[in-house]
Write a protein that binds this ligand. Structure first.
Ligand SMILES: Nc1ncnc2c1ncn2[C@@H]1O[C@H](COP(=O)(O)OP(=O)(O)OP(=O)(O)O)[C@@H](O)[C@H]1O
Length: 243
């Protein structure tokens, strides 16, 4: 892949909160067109890494944070519309929040139908289930209409079939995607590259076709002490830490 297609680049980057180091010496390149799954146990640093990536290209990214970031008292329509605010001038944007403009109304209604929420369009999101709220957050990310999707467990609250379909749709609609997941099977089925993190480090970065669910489980089960720096094995241009 050419250097000009590099979208995100981290070189020996670390991140600490006070004296707690949460990312340790991360080096990484992500190219335009790649679909990357980010795996690793809770607290491994996936969210922190996504935020570092986001800071590199905020204007080209649709970010779906783990919390969803919805405004509780606003409707499904209004929450999704917020995703496209940057495309709308201030006055029409304010007007649209009170009285939906036809152009936005149609686009959002279509999106909401794709998400299976058509009967909830005017309902405030504080009255939705966790899975429904997550679909609204997906709708808002899609309505940003950006080429890059950064998702932090974007389908963790929906049922397994919906998770497959929604993830597939998100990947289709974005040229490049980096998505943190806990579901290893979703990662293996839908992504071409998998990065596994542990204790703030990347312990595996390789093509999904070289991995299995069992192999991924091993990284979740290993004790931290087993992850002391160890020799790096080069496989087909990808770095894999020997365990
Ligand atoms: N604002 C913060 N202040 C202090 N520590 C933080 C903060 N945010 C995250 N951390 C710490 O950073 C580490 C990595 O957190 P992060 O959210 O990146 O992990 P994660 O892999 O996304 O976890 P999960 O799968 O549970 O979402 C954790 O130990 C967490 O406690």
């Amino acid at each position: 892949m050419s250097q000009s297609s590099v979208l995100f680049q981290l070189s020996g980057q670390s991140l600490s909160y006070g004296d707690h180091r949460v990312l340790d010496n991360i080096s990484l390149q992500i190219h335009r067109g790649e679909k990357v799954a980010l795996l690793g146990p809770s607290g491994a640093g996936k969210t922190s890494l996504l935020h570092l990536l986001y800071q590199q290209q905020p204007e080209r990214v649709a970010l779906q944070p783990q919390s969803g970031g919805l405004v509780d008292l606003l409707s499904v329509y209004q929450n999704i519309f917020i995703g496209g605010l940057e495309r709308v001038r201030t006055l029409p944007a304010l007007w649209n929040l009170v009285r939906p403009l036809a152009a936005h109304r149609q686009g959002i209604a279509e999106l909401v139908q794709t998400l299976g929420l058509e009967d909830k369009l005017w309902q405030s999101v504080d009255r939705l289930s966790g899975g429904q709220r997550q679909r609204v957050a997906i709708g808002r990310a899609l309505y940003r209409q950006q080429p890059v999707f950064l998702g932090d467990e974007p389908v963790s609250s929906v049922d397994p079939l919906q998770a497959e379909l929604l993830l597939e749709y998100l990947l289709e609609q974005h040229e490049t995607a980096v998505v943190s997941l806990h579901n290893r099977q979703l990662a293996l089925n839908h992504f071409e590259r998998i990065i596994v993190m542990r204790d703030g480090r990347i312990c595996c970065d390789c093509p999904a076709r070289e991995l299995s669910e069992q192999r991924l489980d091993e990284w979740y089960q290993q004790e931290s002490s087993l992850l002391a720096p160890s020799p790096v094995q080069e496989t087909d241009g990808w770095a894999m830490v020997r365990s």
